[in-house]
Design a protein around this ligand. Structure first.
Ligand SMILES: C[S@@+](CC[C@H](N)C(=O)[O-])C[C@H]1O[C@@H](n2cnc3c(N)ncnc32)[C@H](O)[C@@H]1O
Length: 232
């Protein structure tokens, strides 16, 4: 998979892409991630991307032309990736959930992630987007953190990115509920003990215990998820 991230601030991604699992996947060529400077698609000497809003009011609006040029250029840049999905990160988008990450990791070949800023993009540029995604009901200053979150959630599901020890299969939301509690050495820490069932080696009983704890925890915090599970 190839992910192009269109941003005014590529330097914001530096540490994030270089380290940990994503850094490894990037270096190993399991996923190609390109940071694309939005201003490279301007035609004026000041590399201007924004202007004041028609109708007045606070804030600046990202102009159509640099964005149209960027998307057109990125779409035609590589014939190895003929199918592109353009995603605009916006608080007005569809809420980002694990099922979207799974769908993108399984079906998308080439993603262009558009990181807005200021008041966002000129409304007319929205015809460029195949999808608009929000990472939550709050407003951030820019789309860089949302794009990083989406990239991480999708990349870690790509084959070969996680080692066996880090498998995504049993994690929260993969089966509609939270992950079960985890424990590691030592067996007793400040008088807190590991549940004895995890020490007994009875695989079926451990599975059953883990499922019950996962369900219990989900019911406490997110009863809506448990309800949805019952409806399936
Ligand atoms: C200050 S916000 C613009 C908010 C916009 N005026 C509104 O109220 O809907 C600037 C940019 O940050 C990004 N952004 C902010 N919050 C976001 C969220 N919850 N999810 C995804 N992107 C977000 C978007 O790319 C947006 O264009």
């Amino acid at each position: 998979m190839k992910i192009d991230i269109l941003t005014l601030f590529p330097e914001m991604f530096a540490g994030f892409l270089e380290h940990s699992i994503l850094g490894r996947a990037h270096k190993a060529g399991l996923i190609e991630i390109n940071l694309v400077q939005w201003r490279d698609f301007t035609l004026d000497k000041h590399r201007k991307v924004d202007d004041a809003p028609y109708g007045g009011g606070a804030g600046m609006v990202l102009m159509c032309d640099p964005l149209f040029r960027a998307i057109e250029a990125l779409k035609s840049a590589d014939e190895n990736f003929p199918e592109t999905q353009v995603i605009y990160l916006t608080p007005q988008g569809q809420p980002f959930v694990q099922s979207i990450a799974i769908d993108l990791s399984e079906h998308a070949q080439h993603l262009i992630l558009v990181c807005g800023h200021y008041e966002g993009v000129d409304e007319r540029a929205r015809i460029l987007f195949d999808r608009e995604i929000s990472i939550g009901d709050y407003v951030l200053t820019g789309g860089e953190l949302p794009a990083a979150i989406l990239t991480d959630a999708v990349a870690r599901l790509m084959p070969g990115v996680l080692g066996n020890d880090e498998s995504a299969v049993h994690e929260s939301f993969m089966h509609g509920i939270f992950d079960h509690p985890h424990y590691t050495r030592p067996e007793v820490y400040r008088d807190m003990t590991v549940p004895s069932i995890l020490l007994g080696g009875h695989h079926a009983k451990i599975q059953e215990w883990r499922y019950e704890r996962a369900l219990e925890r989900t019911r406490e915090v997110r009863p809506d998820l448990v309800e949805k599970l019952g409806q399936k």
